[in-house]
Write a protein that binds this ligand. Structure first.
Ligand SMILES: [Cu+2]
Length: 149
């Protein structure tokens, strides 16, 4: 093995270690979870915002033609700044997409399946929830709002 090969080998192993350290830092240090499909939560039919404690919320979102049900039919909810929200998403009909603008939350809403992400809303403002998967003639109107006060 010549010097250039050794250098390339060390560099690639070093990069792997660096990227793994970044993943651990994002997960533990910044509390960022990778979005996942949860198999132990049954799909639900109604949106619900549940307060567990000060600054801890659980949000069940139902995507359907052509709205996002965030809380018992409401398409707008309010949460205090600094809150950590466990977001569970499902669909009542077809495949939808869901992105919360200004955040890293980007999930697919699939009938019969629940997808999950956790996000801490630190900045004040209005976060628009939009569909990013063409789901029919009303797709463009599929919007909701999360107001962080
Ligand atoms: Cu859509």
């Amino acid at each position: 093995m010549d010097k250039a090969e050794k250098k390339a080998l060390y560099l690639s192993v070093g990069l792997l270690v660096f990227f793994m350290a970044l993943i651990v830092y994002a997960s533990k240090g910044l509390d960022i979870d990778l979005p996942t499909c949860v198999t132990d939560v049954r799909p639900f039919t109604e949106g619900k915002l549940i307060k567990h404690a000060e600054g801890r919320y659980e949000l069940h979102i139902v995507a359907k033609m052509w709205l996002f049900d965030l809380d018992r039919g409401k398409q707008e909810i309010e949460i205090p700044a600094g809150s950590t929200v466990d977001i569970y998403l499902t669909s009542a009909d077809v495949v939808h997409g869901m992105h919360i603008n200004g955040t890293t939350v980007n999930l697919m809403a699939i009938p019969g399946t629940v997808n999950y992400a956790r996000y801490k809303f630190t900045k004040l403002g209005v976060y628009h929830v939009v569909c990013h998967e063409f789901c029919g003639v009303g797709h463009h109107a599929m919007q909701a709002k999360i107001v962080v006060k």
